[in-house]
Design a protein around this ligand. Structure first.
Ligand code: C5P
Length: 230
């Protein structure tokens, strides 16, 4: 089996309140993006990686990417899903057949190899694929339009979706293009697969695989990297 990593890194990070997109902020003297790429490319089962970079991105070229990294570059799109689809199309051009793809947010630099291993093992004989996710621990409320509690939602069946999200290249391309064409709000790969009627498997991941979104997430990610010793 072949496994490729797909990294959408073409976001603007509007919620970060910084000029630079979050994937270019520093964690332990290294960009968030370099941490993420390192985590994926140092995994022994990952053959290569396709990254989606925004067309007008002025920061990418100043990263010191080792010349021997198996890295392909695609152009970012309007939405995350467009960026992922561009990257998948780029991979399909390589005539690699129909490998598994692990789509992983550039903004999740604390991904552990143990979670990648767990995912690959859990899905080894799976027909669909699946996602790393965490069971919800808080009590969950549904809000009214004016910000009051409408009801308490039973949390037993609720999970927070993370990445990687692992699917077959060709199935995921088809799912994303159809869901995008139908105007579905595709905020992760699983949503596109669900649109076609598939039920991706939920694989319990570690909670330190956070997505850097808000300014306060940076010191937290730094702490997690330190604890992980990497
Ligand atoms: O904005 P959000 O946190 O959902 O972004 C998740 C990931 O998708 C980030 O790594 C971001 O760079 C990427 N992205 C992208 N193309 C876009 C929007 C977001 O590659 N148009």
């Amino acid at each position: 089996e072949q496994f490729w990593a797909i990294v959408p890194a073409a976001g603007t990070g509007s919620r970060m309140q910084t000029d630079k997109p979050k994937q270019y902020l520093l964690l332990q003297q290294q960009t968030v993006l370099m941490h993420t790429l390192n985590r994926l490319l140092s995994h022994p089962q990952i053959s290569g990686l396709v990254i989606a970079i925004a067309k007008d991105d002025p920061w990418w070229s100043s990263l010191e990417i080792p010349a021997d990294w198996p890295l392909l570059i695609a152009e970012g799109g309007q939405q995350r899903s467009d960026s992922v689809l561009n990257a998948l199309d780029r991979l399909a051009d390589e005539q690699v057949g129909d490998p598994w793809v692990l789509v992983h947010d550039a903004a999740r630099p604390c991904l552990r190899h143990a979670d990648i291993d767990h995912m690959i093992h859990s899905l080894a004989t799976d027909e669909v694929g699946g996602i790393l996710a965490m069971p919800i621990t808080d009590t969950v409320k549904r809000a009214t339009m004016d910000g009051r509690v409408a009801e308490t939602v039973p949390r037993e069946a609720l999970w927070r979706a993370a990445t990687p999200q692992m699917f077959r290249l060709q199935q995921l391309r088809q799912a994303l293009s159809q869901a995008i064409a139908a105007g579905i709000n595709v905020t992760d790969e699983a949503s596109a697969m669900e649109y076609l009627g598939y039920q991706p498997k939920l694989i319990a991941g570690h909670a330190d695989n956070i997505k850097i979104t808000l300014p306060q997430d940076l010191p937290l990610a730094e702490l997690f990297l330190q604890q992980q010793g990497g």
